[in-house]
Design a protein around this ligand. Structure first.
Ligand code: GLU
Length: 497
């Protein structure tokens, strides 16, 4: 990687570029991508594609304990599986890198020293322990836990001397005492009253930048035009605006998107269970379905048509029309949508995607050739809600998996049912198997006539005898795929129950 030339970057300037929207997704990687993060990424991606702009992926890895390279890879892998590739990022590279905050430390330092030199920030020698004690005392006294000003009025001389003497210091920004109004594309004017925030650290004594500071520096030099992120960051925006102001930099446009709530109406957080993209994909959700579903968490198509290709969502997406109210993550709706996608997908494509799930269920998709697999898949896909469900549905086609379920056994044990399948067997043998729908119909008629059984009493024993189950794909589809020999073998097994 080319050397990071901080001076060159500063000289080339920052701020939004004329004629190109640039947005970013800035995860602090702590593991697989949570669906909330996926939504933020998607909305940024959609805006970039809709506006013919650029999406930057910036890794905010300044918390070096939590942000390991492994957790970064997990996030990138999830983004890759959704095929929502950024235009610039640690993998793609780009003109405004490096794209990991940990690799931009020099920039944060140089600029913090500028704030210091210009008197917009000062050295703070208070230790974490001292700050903790002060914050607790303020809290106990019912006051805001703002910085108490110990180092605010240190003389320049005293400050220099202590720094030269080797005392550790952080760089603390002076928070102007005045009202602020932040314009938000979705929320309009957001007011922040004077005194809401105290002086705050921008650079820690270990040289690491604080989030609110790093995010401003990076958004500025990565030439971000729109900051699209979760509403939970709205309260941070005040500090960020103060930093833009201190540097005299143009603000990007802000759009704070609504929170996502669970069905219990509580904030969806990184709780136990399937809440990362990785988990959803592993549990048999199609990336297309997941993306379509997530797009609807805060965005509604103008014509109300919810299931639609990503290209159409790109076309219709309008950042300024996102819903302000929280979105509810409804797992049932996602499952329904996934089933719709499974049903509509090109069968060859589905066969490719579902292979690992078939194999995981211990079934060999190639056992009777590719054409056979496509056909059997075609008969069961209508009943699948997730790809993981394929095993139990496909089992009926595998001789070594064939077994009678308990309710099928009970049903087959009645003398009437036995008679039906006995005559069914004779007809199957006579016809050398059930090769088509027409053959099945004539067999059914013959059995109906010879036994007097009709309706359920006719169909159920036949179905249960050859599939082992009371429910499943239509027999006219199953039997031609089973073949004569296997069909007879099963009916015999049913007869000897
Ligand atoms: N790293 C921050 C987060 O993951 C980014 C916030 C922002 O987009 O400004 O929450």
């Amino acid at each position: 990687m080319a050397q990071f030339d901080v001076q060159k970057l500063i000289q080339s300037g920052g701020g939004p570029l004329a004629g190109e929207d640039r947005v970013r997704f800035a995860p602090s990687p702590t593991g697989y991508l949570h669906v909330g993060g996926a939504r933020t990424h998607l909305f940024n991606w959609l805006h970039a594609r809709h506006s013919n702009g650029k999406l930057v992926l910036r890794v905010e890895d300044t918390d070096q304990v939590r942000s390991t390279r492994d957790s970064e890879n997990m996030v990138l892998q999830d983004i890759d599986s959704l095929a929502l590739t950024p235009d610039e990022g640690p993998v793609q590279g780009g003109a405004y890198g490096p794209y990991r905050q940990s690799e931009r430390q020099e920039l944060f330092k140089v600029l913090a020293l500028r704030l210091l030199a210009e008197g917009r920030a000062y050295r703070c020698f208070c230790t974490d322990a001292q700050l903790d004690t002060k914050a607790q005392a303020a809290k106990a006294a019912g006051k805001q836990p703002h910085y108490d000003g110990t180092c605010t009025f240190l003389s320049a001389e005293a400050s220099e001397t202590r720094a030269k003497g080797g005392e550790l210091f952080s760089i603390r920004m002076k928070a102007p005492y005045k009202d602020y109004v932040v314009k938000d594309l979705l929320r309009g004017d957001v007011n922040f009253k004077a005194g809401m925030v105290g002086d705050f650290v921008v650079l820690r004594s270990n040289g690491m930048p604080v989030y609110n500071y790093a995010v401003v520096v990076d958004d500025y030099y990565m030439r971000i035009s729109h900051v699209i992120r979760g509403e939970d960051h709205l309260s941070n925006t005040i500090r960020q605006v103060m930093i833009y102001e201190a540097f005299g930099w143009e603000l990007p446009k802000f759009a704070h998107i609504s929170m996502i709530l669970g069905m219990d109406k509580k904030k969806l957080s990184k709780r136990e269970g399937a809440s990362s993209v990785h988990d959803y994909l592993r549990n048999g959700f199609l990336p297309e379905a997941l993306i379509n579903f997530i797009a609807l968490l805060g965005w509604s198509p103008p014509d109300g048509k919810e299931i639609r290709p990503l290209s159409e969502i790109v076309e219709l997406f309008d950042l300024t029309k996102l819903n302000k109210a929280p979105a509810v993550f409804d797992d049932d709706k996602l499952t329904w949508m996934n089933a719709e996608y499974i049903r509509a997908m090109d069968i060859n494509e589905l066969a490719q995607r579902i292979r690992p799930f078939v194999q995981a269920a211990g079934l060999d998709p190639d056992v009777r050739g590719a054409a056979w697999f496509l056909e059997v898949l075609g008969t069961v896909r209508g009943n699948l809600r997730t790809l993981t469900e394929v095993g139990p549905h496909l089992e009926i086609y595998y001789a070594d998996r064939f077994a009678f379920e308990a309710d099928a056994k009970t049903m087959l044990s009645t003398p009437e049912a036995k008679q039906v399948i006995k005559n069914f067997r004779d007809e199957v043998e006579k016809n050398q198997g059930v090769s088509s729908e027409a053959v099945l119909s004539s067999i059914q008629n013959a059995v109906k006539e010879s036994t007097g059984a009709k309706g359920k009493n006719l169909f159920m024993p036949m179905r249960a005898s050859v599939t082992g189950k009371l429910h499943g794909p239509e027999l006219k589809l199953v039997l031609p795929l089973l073949g004569a020999e296997e069909t007879l073998r099963r009916i015999d097994a049913a007869l000897s129950l």
